[in-house]
Design a protein around this ligand. Structure first.
Ligand code: NAD
Length: 337
């Protein structure tokens, strides 16, 4: 069966890693048809809008998207298009696995790191409810939105994910000691739902302690469930533990549509040089294949990536090698057999 996938090449290194990933998916003969649509800064410059209506219609029609990173202006300018797409389609669960991969040299090579961050993706501090108070931006307010039903569905998602993946523990991360209302509600809901899953161990940690524990004893974490802002930050820490942002994939899962992407951004410091590591997006593509009921093809892609990383002959600069994106991709294609 063929699937049509909305394809957003994105900004910065986006087109380089998206093209590499599409090439590998074509080689896998996964029966994917591509519908290319625009979003991000490039779309803003060319079309006058960072999120054309056609892009939303395409994702709505196809229900699955593969996306390169999108630039978000810092401080001023248009709001994050990533956040806008996730919210528009209610892609409420942001799933970001971080596992030490074979052959990748990190400070933690002797440690069994294999954790998955499940981040609430539609509310919290990223709900977009903020304003400045004049004159001259004398003050500014951002509201943290936290509804009971959104807390319930993300905590349930994390426990169900743990069960399905054969994982033992869920760690809920919060700041309920200070943010008593929003984070207090999230913790209360989590503790209540945890009682329904007595086959899965449950703990909660305050976010500052969590950051320290992740660095000190990362092997103790399995599934982490948390609110939007903390999930954004903790998943980058997890990426750092396993060797960097070039390796870490992410899935935005919703009832009506899902979008697969790398955790990293547009990497402006290396964009256009053809040296970006496409592993993170290729691993996101493997998650997409599983989502599209092609788990064997997803595993084949994961195995090919692992082989290339383990052999070490075609590593990109972020992993200590000197291969270009194209050379790395050649090696993955060859490893697909
Ligand atoms: P970044 O992730 O783009 O880069 C951080 C560092 O990691 C840089 O040194 C970069 O070179 C390196 N890096 C990232 N991906 C890499 C890869 N595939 N291969 C090799 N090295 C890689 O973070 P940033 O610089 O803070 O953000 C740049 C832009 O990206 C911002 O506009 C930000 O808003 C956006 N962003 C987008 C997404 C997304 O689209 N999901 C996520 C994060 C950041």
């Amino acid at each position: 069966m063929s699937h049509t996938v909305s394809l957003i090449r994105g900004d910065g290194i986006g087109p380089e890693i998206v093209d590499a990933t599409v090439r590998v998916l074509e080689e896998l003969q996964a029966g994917l048809e591509w519908e290319e649509v625009r979003a991000g800064s490039g779309a803003f410059e060319d079309l006058g809008t960072p999120l054309p209506e056609e892009t939303l219609l395409s994702i709505g029609r196809n229900k699955v998207a593969l996306k390169g990173p999108l630039e978000t202006p810092v401080g001023t300018g248009f709001r994050s298009i990533n956040v806008a797409i996730r919210k528009h389609f209610d892609m409420y669960a942001n799933v970001r696995p971080a596992k030490i991969l074979p052959g990748v040299s990190t400070r933690y090579n002797d440690v069994d790191i294999d954790m998955v961050t499940v981040r609430e993706n539609t509310e919290g501090a990223y709900a977009g409810i903020e304003h400045t108070i004049p004159p001259n931006r004398a003050a500014a307010e951002t509201i943290i939105l936290c509804t009971r039903w959104a807390c319930e569905r993300i905590v349930r998602y994390a426990f169900d994910y743990a069960r399905q993946a054969g994982r033992d523990k869920v760690t809920l991360v919060h700041k309920a000691n200070i943010l008593k209302e929003t984070n207090g509600l999230f913790l209360e809901v989590g503790q209540s739902i945890a009682r329904e899953y007595d086959d899965v161990e449950f703990e909660d940690l305050i976010v500052d302690n969590m950051c320290m524990q992740m660095v000190l004893r990362p092997e103790r974490f399995d599934v982490i469930v948390t609110m939007n802002l903390f999930g954004d930050i903790l998943s980058d820490i997890a990426a750092g533990l396993i060797g960097g942002l070039g390796l870490t994939p992410g899935a935005n899962i919703g009832k009506d549509a899902s979008m697969f992407e790398a955790v990293h951004g547009t990497a402006p410091d290396i964009a256009g040089q053809g040296i970006a590591n496409p592993t993170a997006l290729m691993r996101a593509a493997a998650m997409m294949l599983e989502h599209l009921d092609m788990p064997e093809k997803g595993k084949r892609l994961e195995r090919a990536l692992n082989t290339v990383l383990e052999e070490g002959a075609a590593l990109t600069g972020d992993l200590g090698g000197s291969a270009t994106t194209e050379e790395f991709t050649d090696a993955v294609v060859a490893s697909l057999g």
